[in-house]
Ligand binder design. Structure first.
Ligand code: SAH
Length: 361
């Protein structure tokens, strides 16, 4: 049993079994043993690889997207450029390099990163050397003002409750442990988190159904929407998940690019759920325009991924050209990240639909 599993067993002995949400929060964020606190999980030698780490084109296209959206905000002379969970800082670095085509944009941007991991903050500092950057633990601490916000693979890491439909009604999946290891049990009482489930899930859930809800996703979406409604701006949210609320157990652990037992050696594997974009949109509410989600493949097509790949390939060696092509395929092909990953945008009601979201409900 590893040190974090022992912490969890002790905590359960003191205060009883814990929710999957509390387990996720500890596995990812425990100050000493949490997955993101200690490691740099990205890349071929790490545990998983994200879109900006696959190809520089991802961040570049998002940077150019930001310039267009900033112009349609009226090109404010000062605005908050905020990223949630920036990982290694690669997306922001690529975005700022591409956005350098419009020096007014870069001059106007105040870069604010929301990141809890000290080691990843250091990676971000290095990636963004030459830019003035402010870090925050929480979105609530980011200053007020017009905002462009980016979040790639952030929401999937927010703690999720798992509820199970039983004969007696909804019960919650809980984690408990002893010296032999951690295991799941069901709560005896109806769980408060059941109140957060989407209406669509509640109506259609047969016995045995597992349903998930991420309270921090709902509050974060509401906070972003309130800022956009008050100060203007837009938020681009990219993640894997489903467009419409649906039941299902999507909790997964990944280590060294392979599935891992979610309860084994907590803190040594990434732990995520699929994002419920319908729940996210509902939490954002009617105070903002919400467009999408659109499939990542379609979104990147609309932003000109093929043209940018063509430009890079023209100046590349044959090996580099092969890498560019395989990176692009990975981002857009339906059997890779093209359809599982989706993009959703929130804007103030008075804004034009941003690139990639034209004609979208
Ligand atoms: N956006 C990056 C990294 C995705 S991984 C990329 O696409 O490569 C998730 C990121 O969110 C990491 O940087 C992690 O440290 C951060 N993170 C996870 N939970 C967080 C929380 N509750 N608050 C702030 N940052 C968090």
């Amino acid at each position: 049993m590893n040190p974090l599993a022992r912490v969890i067993v002790r905590q359960c002995a003191a205060t009883g079994p814990m929710t999957v949400a509390d387990y996720m929060a500890l596995a990812l964020g425990h100050p000493e043993h949490g997955y993101y606190m200690t490691k740099d999980p990205f890349g071929r030698d790490g545990d998983f690889i994200t879109a900006p780490e696959i190809s520089q084109i991802f961040g570049e296209l998002i940077g150019l997207w930001c310039v267009v959206v900033w112009r349609s905000m009226g090109a404010p002379a000062k605005f908050i450029l905020c990223e949630l969970g920036p990982g290694r800082g690669t997306l922001m670095a690529d975005a700022l390099r591409a956005a350098g085509q419009d020096p007014d944009f870069v001059r106007a941007a105040r870069i604010h990163l929301v990141e809890t991991s000290p080691s990843l903050r250091e990676r971000q500092r290095a990636a963004l050397a030459g830019h003035a950057v402010t870090w925050h633990d929480r979105l609530e601490a980011v200053p007020d003002g017009p905002v462009l916000l980016i979040a790639n693979e952030f929401f999937d890491a927010l703690p999720a409750h798992q509820l199970v439909r039983t004969q007696a009604g909804w019960r919650e999946r809980l984690v408990v442990g002893n010296e032999t290891g951690l295991h799941f049990i069901l709560s005896e009482a109806p769980p408060p988190a059941a109140a957060l489930l989407s209406p669509g899930v509640l109506r259609t859930a047969p016995l045995g159904t597992v349903a998930e809800t991420q309270p921090a996703l709902l509050t974060t979406a509401a906070t972003i929407a309130a800022r956009i409604a008050e100060f203007g701006g837009a938020a681009l949210i990219v993640d894997y998940g489903h467009a419409a609320s649906a039941p299902g157990n999507t909790l997964q652990a990944v280590r060294r690019h392979r599935p891992h037992d979610v309860l084994a050696e907590p803190g040594t594997a990434d732990l995520t759920v699929h994002v419920d974009f319908e729940a996210l949109a509902r939490a954002a509410g009617a105070g903002v325009q919400c467009l999408g989600p659109v499939d990542q493949g379609e979104f990147l097509h609309a932003l000109g991924i093929k043209a940018r790949a063509g430009q890079l390939t023209a100046a590349a060696t044959p090996d580099q050209a092969r890498d560019i092509a395989s990176g692009v395929a990975r981002l857009i092909e339906p059997d890779q990240m093209g359809t599982l990953f989706k993009a959703l945008v929130l804007t103030r009601h008075d804004m034009e639909p941003p690139p990639g979201f034209e004609g979208r409900p």
